[in-house]
Ligand binder design. Sequence first.
Ligand SMILES: [Zn+2]
Length: 63
Amino acid sequence: MTIICCKCLKTKTEEGWIMLPTAGADGRSSHGYCPACYQETMEKIRGHRLRHHPPATPTPTAP
Ligand SMILES: [Zn+2]
């Protein structure tokens, strides 16, 4: 079974994540995230959370 990134539509192969014109053509593919899009998504989620629940910012100490 092949894994296709649902964001950039690259396919996981032995050589890494590449764009294949036949991606998903056999109907036995599974959608997931490639490392780059996974990272991007995680950062987006983190940024979203930070906007709504900002962490306590430490007071900068004077040198
Ligand atoms: Zn991707």
